[in-house]
Write a protein of this length. Structure first.
Length: 309
């Protein structure tokens, strides 16, 4: 199918604005632009409650924000730990506040939005270390969050999907079967762009040079690219929790989602996969722009409800 016409107009509008792409800007300016894009989505759906927390990590601290869905009452709800996208450099709790609100209501779960440390101030392995610590914290503090620790999932989009996949491998390797399900939204699964980047869609919201820019700022050394904690596609998929993977048809990173789907399936891991036709990277949560993005949120919520029932 061709590029969705609304997505085409969005890309044209961005090009006409003259605003340089993220990798051509100082990082602070790129972060501000990223935040402004999400701020335009508005305040998001109402939920029963929103609470901010702080987690101690590696001599520092990171913020997390929990969302209790509407209509939850006092009963213990499933628990979803969510990692935002942004190439490990951009994005924040605030940028993904709207997404986490919608996901809480769609899934009926308490959602924990994690503000992991970002590069280049904190390079690899800070982000996966924080993601792992936040998942363990959410499991240990489930009662405080009004959630059931036995019904825990991890989720994330793009670089956040990368962190969710890495957490599942880390916990499996540590012998801690805390996670029941993983929701991966157009995840980054390899640093090898010779197999993980479709040049036919270069410039469809992402550029190859931009992906290299993210890697250069994120990795502590070039050899890190070969670590499964950067490229989970290089890891062992045996014994990982079931997954639902979403991909965008017109996303240069779609091969990464497809390759990880195949890795999980080859290891006998139950995996559901859906490709959203005509969509570009970043569609998740953009219900006000794309009708199919509403379907994607509903699909994600339904998958979590079923997996965490």
């Amino acid at each position: 199918m061709p590029l969705d016409p609304v997505a085409r107009k969005l890309l044209d509008d961005v090009a006409a604005s003259g605003r340089p792409n993220a990798h051509l800007l100082p990082i602070e300016e790129a972060r501000a632009n990223f935040e402004s894009l999400f701020a335009g989505l508005g305040p998001g759906e109402p939920v029963a409650s929103v609470t901010d927390h702080v987690i101690a990590v590696a001599g520092s601290a990171i913020p997390v924000r929990s969302y209790r869905p509407g209509g939850a009452g006092d009963e213990l709800r499933p628990l979803v730990v969510y990692f935002h996208g942004g190439g490990w450099l951009l994005g924040s709790i605030e940028s993904h506040d709207t997404i986490c609100r919608a996901l809480a209501n769609a899934s009926g779960a308490v959602v924990v939005n994690v503000g992991y440390r970002r590069a280049p101030e904190a390079r690899f392995p800070a982000a996966p270390d924080d993601a792992l610590a936040a998942t363990r914290w959410a499991h240990a503090q489930a009662a405080l969050l009004g959630a059931d620790s036995a019904r825990l999932a991890v989720a994330g989009d793009s670089a956040g999907g990368n962190l969710a996949a890495v957490v599942c491998q880390d916990l499996r390797d540590a012998g801690e079967p805390l996670v029941r399900f993983q929701l991966l939204i157009y995840p980054v699964t390899t640093a090898d762009l010779t197999i993980g980047y479709d040049m036919a869609y270069d410039g469809h919201f992402l550029y190859r040079d931009e992906m290299l820019w993210h890697q250069e700022h994120y990795l502590s050394a070039p050899a890190d690219a070969r670590s499964p904690r950067v490229s989970p596609l290089l890891g062992d998929a045996t014994g990982l929790p079931p997954a639902f993977i979403q991909a965008a048809e017109c996303d240069p990173l779609h091969p990464q989602a497809e390759a990880y789907r195949d890795l999980l399936a080859s290891a006998g891991v139950p995996v559901t996969f859906r490709r959203y036709e005509g969509m570009i990277h970043g569609y998740f949560g953009l219900d006000s722009l794309f009708e199919i993005a509403g379907e994607a949120m509903t699909d994600a919520g339904s998958a979590l409800r079923e997996a965490l029932a």
